[in-house]
Write a protein that binds this ligand. Structure first.
Ligand SMILES: [Zn+2]
Ligand SMILES: [Zn+2]
Length: 365
């Protein structure tokens, strides 16, 4: 039976509904029925052609939850947990990691492997249903699949979605330690998740800077002690509040998760001398910004780190933490709206206008 999919045929073109062929399942491959995928900021960037190396036409939707339909010569997930038809799974959207290049084999930074491919982003629709905006997703033999922990719902996992894994990665990349003061710039899914995981990692004061108000309210639910608005609070006021909450020193760690270059000089100002600044929100090129290397970096003895994408460990660990702490991490509340495949254009427009924090794609809606 053909697979109905929402296809991004080229940048800045309306989404088309295509019928894709049912894939031939290779040994080690798994076919899942899509329960939910997501429409995130990256998909808006894809729509506008702002990511390099995208083989349009593509089936967007990188992080997804599915129900196992068919498996060939495989009976466990990537962690050895028994897996069978009907089980709910998610998967690491990055695959085709070579294991042999300089980054894989020497520096152990497979997120920089040049051959890596990503479901919904750098896999073409011509190669099959390799994205979540489709009734079924074909998980190739090299895709690392994880069975959802028993009591975790698809909504909780997809509500966090790629933002949860990226936010987790940013917290891991940072130097956060028990008792730290942490500022998160941005209140989208990445920022909200970073704030939640920072609090769980032992930060005793977590401050989220963002907008609009309902996202900041959600930040408090997820673990922020203080929220500041990029709309209502002036930069000097934000700086003052952070200083007041950190003994006048500034935050031990600042995580940028908003994607606006203007946040960078502000973040460098908010971090204490010798503190750590993680930039994770600039997944696409939003342009340059001026900083002062003497004041912001050298004299400040700043530790500045970038976090590119996620690693499989982030998926596994984030799900493990979520399984334990889902009561205090109600990520399903990040979901702002649900869309069917035919509503993909509207979903993209709603995400672009920041009308919804997390837009969920449900092919069988
Ligand atoms: Zn490699
Ligand atoms: Zn995403």
């Amino acid at each position: 039976m053909p697979i109905k999919a929402a296809v991004m045929t080229a940048p800045n073109k309306p989404i088309e509904i295509w019928d894709l062929d049912d894939p031939v399942i290779e040994p080690g491959g798994i076919l899942v029925e899509t329960v939910a995928s997501e429409v995130c900021g990256t998909d808006v960037h894809l729509l506008h052609g702002q990511l390099a190396g995208v083989p349009y036409p593509i089936v967007p939707g990188h992080v997804s939850v599915g129900k196992v339909l068919e498996m060939r010569d495989v009976n466990t997930d990537a962690l050895g947990t028994p897996l069978g038809a009907g089980d709910l799974v998610t998967f690491y959207d990055v695959h085709n990691i070579c294991g042999e290049c300089y980054f894989c084999a020497v520096t152990k930074q497979s997120n920089r492997c040049p051959s890596r491919r990503v479901y919904g982003i750098t896999d073409s629709a011509k190669d099959g249903p390799l994205g979540g905006w489709a009734e079924r997703i074909y998980l190739k033999p090299d895709v690392r699949v994880v069975k959802l922990p028993d009591h975790l719902s698809a909504d909780t996992v997809i509500g966090g979605g790629c933002g949860m894994f990226t936010g987790f990665g940013a917290v891991e990349r940072s130097s956060i330690t028990l008792g730290d003061t942490v500022v998160v710039q941005g209140s989208g899914a990445v920022g909200l998740s970073a704030a939640a995981f920072a609090a769980l990692k032992g930060a005793t004061t977590v401050i989220v800077i963002g907008a609009p108000t309902q996202r900041l309210e959600l930040a408090k639910v997820l673990g922020a002690d203080e929220v500041l608005s990029i709309e209502a609070d002036a930069p000097d006021h934000r700086n003052q509040v952070v200083k007041d909450l950190s003994g006048g020193r500034g935050a031990d760690v600042v995580i940028e998760a908003c994607g606006n270059p203007k946040a960078i000089p502000e973040g460098l100002r908010l971090v204490r001398d010798g503190g750590c600044y993680v930039v994770v929100g600039h997944y696409t090129d939003a342009g340059p910004i001026e900083i002062n290397p003497h004041r912001h970096i050298n004299r400040a003895h700043a530790d500045i780190r970038g976090q590119w994408g996620t690693e499989f460990s982030h998926i596994v660990r984030a799900l493990t933490v979520l399984a334990k702490h889902h009561d205090r991490l109600p990520f399903e509340r990040i979901i702002g709206a649900r869309y069917g495949l035919e509503e993909a254009d509207k979903a993209l427009a709603d995400v672009e206008s920041l009308m919804v924090t997390k837009a969920v794609m449900e092919p069988f809606r």
